[in-house]
Design a protein around this ligand. Structure first.
Ligand code: 16G
Length: 245
């Protein structure tokens, strides 16, 4: 590992300099995907810095997804994040989108149950007074990488048993003949704040895409109101444009 220049005066905090040198080694390929990082103690000796400094630099790179820690076996260079190309014209589900790319998905549940609706949910879903709302809050993960936080709200009429959704909401709605056929989706830029930054494993202030989807049944009834936050560094939304008349 080329760590020369680490102790140069005026270079800023040591751990940041170390982080930068490690990052350069990864980006240039000198440290390749899957390579193990030397043990913390060895790295500290070698770079002539304290173990606290090494830990801080490594923690930073783990948080930013360049390194991964494996319990009991050490720290390794992570797989580079490849961007997902998501067509914007089709009404598909996250599970389907990832399956099409051969990526395994899982979710960490943040919220799942029936609740009294907020005024916004009542309005967006057109709920009659007294109707409960099913809320599904999930961190969506593909190939062990967190991609998005999604918070879906649906009238309990369509999803009286939110616990029934284990992997795919749309698959469950399909069973209940309530899969949406049309949606309006709004995408806007944002900066990721805490606690979302922690969940998505990006630095606070990183670019994100904030997405709202309102989806409808063929009858015109609203089924779903979903707010999502996608990592800006992993998703490209692609739309086909045709010449209008
Ligand atoms: C997509 C949708 C989300 C929908 C989910 C269902 C966007 C921005 N969001 O992620 O609205 O609830 O798919 O996925 O595209 P599932 O069937 O895998 O649960």
């Amino acid at each position: 590992l080329p760590l020369e220049g680490l102790q140069a005066p005026g270079g800023g905090p040591l751990y940041l300099r170390l982080r930068q040198l490690l990052e350069e080694a990864i980006r240039s390929g000198r440290l390749g995907e899957g390579d193990a990082l030397p043990a913390e103690r060895d790295l500290a000796d070698y770079a002539d810095v304290s173990r606290v400094t090494v830990r801080k630099a490594v923690d930073d790179l783990v948080r930013d997804g360049l390194l991964v820690r494996r319990q009991g076996s050490g720290t390794f260079v992570a797989k580079p994040v490849s961007r997902v190309q998501q067509p914007l014209s089709r009404l598909t589900s996250f599970t389907e989108d990832m399956a099409r790319r051969g990526l395994e998905t899982r979710s960490e549940w943040l919220e799942r149950g029936l609740f009294h609706p907020s005024p916004e949910e009542m309005m967006m879903l057109g709920l009659a007074a007294g109707t409960l709302v099913a809320r599904l809050g999930r961190l969506r993960i593909a190939r062990d990488m967190p991609l998005a936080i999604e918070r879906a709200s649906l009238s309990a009429e369509f999803l009286p048993d939110p616990e029934a959704v284990t992997t795919s909401l749309y698959a469950e709605l399909e069973k209940k003949s309530a899969r949406p056929v049309r949606a309006i989706q709004r995408i806007s830029a944002c900066n990721v704040k805490e606690p979302e930054a922690g969940l998505l494993a990006v630095p606070v202030g990183a670019a994100g895409l904030s997405i709202e989807r309102i989806s409808y049944l063929a009858s015109g009834r609203v089924v779903e109101f979903t707010r999502s936050l996608y990592r800006g560094d992993t998703y490209d939304f692609v739309a086909e444009l045709t010449l209008g008349d």
